[in-house]
Design a protein around this ligand. Sequence first.
Ligand SMILES: [Zn+2]
Length: 115
Amino acid sequence: MKEKICAVCQEGRLEEADNIASEIEGYIFVEKGWRCSKCGEEFIKENEAQRTIEIARKLGIWPKPLKLHRSISKSGRGLVLRIPSDLEDDLNLKPGQRVSISRVGHKIIVETEGK
Ligand SMILES: [Zn+2]
């Protein structure tokens, strides 16, 4: 059998792993896949990843498949990001709603507070 080479570092060998842990909203999912012997990058098997997504959807912790695209606009001295109306309805957002904003890598996560 041909050895798989890591697509990330192009050097390490991929070794079977059955203990790849993903954390989604505080839930831990353990999946099977491969782990690079050099850089440690983990690759989850497609059917395992699909199973995790299905479970996460049932738990209501997986985001809707739809990705919304918006542009940031300028207002006064700050930048403004409009909330899409379907999100406004889904989350029952009202003006004055407090949110916390955190950064994870290149992502900006906005969480509603209270309730
Ligand atoms: Zn690697």
